[in-house]
Design a protein. Structure first.
Length: 435
């Protein structure tokens, strides 16, 4: 039988840093919810909010959820049940959860967007305030964008929303069929350069494409010449039929997984450049897709340079049947909806991959150290990071013992120094590395 392995990188660091006041005084009250989440060099607008009573560490608390999408009663019920079962809340991405004490003090925050999740963190550098009056909660919270961290994250949000008391719920969601594309004129503005020469991308269109990684996917086509009547605009634009062009493949969260660059100033036409480009303020709603594309300056690929900084909007209707994901192909719910087999001391706001073997562990089930905190997980690279107050040697000893109880065995030699470590462990269906 072929054995399957998953690699896992765990970073260890010492908690530090003093709290910093970051919220602006005198700001206008929020209209339900508004603000921006910054995660892994991407900006996500948060325009929806709700608040509900919950319990954290056996203490009464108020959870405020800000999201890029409307929050359904079904999502709320699942999250509340997960919390009761010792799990954690999880909503459609992007989302930010702020956990306040009943006194209005910000205690914890967690977030998820694209392929990155940050588990429940202490307030740390984040600041926030909450006021409860006449059945509503209002306030604000902010966190400076910590670009020096393994997973950079920051936010600046405000909210003013009715509080759902314990036992209360949102009205049941009325299923609606996705509507047609909005009656908006496609538009694109900004710069697209190849080897320092400007190309005018005057046309843009948005289309559904085959799913990627079991997620609905979109392709954006930008070109110099009009491609609106072409039946295969992404294919033909890639071969220069419409002059300089940019073809971007991404999911509904704005996470880019495909980028083809076609510029008449390049000797090498139609090369791929993943990782050099990102979206900001990306949104698909109300029959249209809009946002920004940028490389944050000049990028170099195969000796060619290019850069882009565009704003765009294009109509996009419901997903055609041939590109819809069948229920049998959708990822199964993992342990977020049931108690963990080995209860972790710190919870991850992360959906693990569907089980492929009976003894496969979900990420949140890993036996970390007793004081593990600020647990973060990045799905794309299967990278787990947590912090501990103990020194590296002590943490490694405890982590090794805990992993051994879960069936992990040593693979090769460990390298442990006062500053860092590399532990190599293997399990029947999983393998782990810790540094």
């Amino acid at each position: 039988m072929t054995k399957k392995f998953m690699s896992l990188l765990t970073g260890l660091a010492v908690i530090g840093g003093a709290a910093t006041l970051f919220a602006q005084e005198g700001s206008k009250p929020a209209k339900v919810g508004e603000g921006t989440l910054m995660l892994e060099d991407k900006n996500y607008p948060l325009t929806h909010a709700l608040a509900y009573e919950t319990t954290i560490n056996e203490e009464d608390a108020i959870a405020v959820v800000l999201s890029g999408q409307a929050i359904s009663s079904e999502d709320l019920k699942k999250s509340q049940q997960a919390e009761k079962d010792g799990g954690f809340a999880d909503f459609k991405r992007p989302f930010l959860i702020l956990d306040f004490a009943k006194t209005g003090e910000l205690k914890f925050w967690s977030t998820a967007a694209g392929g990155t999740s940050i588990g429940r963190r202490g307030a740390g550098k984040a600041t926030g305030e909450l006021k409860l009056q006449d059945g509503r909660v209002s306030g604000k919270a902010s966190q400076p964008n910590e670009t020096e961290e393994m997973f950079s994250a920051g936010f600046d949000v405000r909210f003013d929303v009715a509080l759902l008391r314990a036992g209360e719920s949102l009205p049941a969601t009325v299923a609606k069929k996705p509507g047609p594309a909005a009656n908006v004129k496609p538009s694109v503005t900004g710069a697209f350069k190849g080897n320092g020469k400007e190309a005018k991308l005057a046309h843009v269109s948005a289309h559904w494409r085959e799913p990627f990684n079991n997620q609905p996917s979109i392709v954006l086509v930008f070109s110099e010449k009009d491609h609106s009547k072409d039946k295969k605009p992404d294919f033909d634009a890639g071969f220069g039929k419409f002059g300089s062009a940019l073809i971007i493949s991404l999911n509904q969260d704005g996470e880019i997984f495909g980028c083809q660059v076609v510029h008449t100033a390049h000797k090498k036409q139609g090369f791929s450049s993943i990782g050099q480009i990102k979206t900001n303020n990306f949104e698909f709603a109300d029959g249209k897709v809009q946002g920004e594309l940028t490389t944050d300056g000049q990028a170099e690929v195969f000796g060619e340079t290019w850069e882009v900084n565009l704003k765009f909007v294009a109509p996009l209707g419901e997903i055609p049947k041939e590109f819809q994901i069948a229920d049998s192909e959708k990822p199964e719910k993992d342990a977020t909806d049931k108690p963990a087999t080995t209860k972790p001391t710190t919870e991850l706001s992360e959906k693990a991959a569907p089980e492929t073997a009976k003894d496969q562990l979900n990420v949140k089930d890993l036996a970390l150290t007793k004081d593990a905190s600020d647990v973060e997980y990045k799905e794309v690279v299967e990278h787990l990071l947590f912090k501990s107050k103990a020194n590296v040697k002590s943490v490694c000893a405890e982590l090794s013992a805990n992993l051994k109880t879960q069936g992990w065995t040593k693979e090769g030699s460990d390298l442990i120094t006062p500053a860092s470590s590399i532990l190599k462990r293997k399990r029947e269906t999983l393998s782990s590395r810790s540094s």
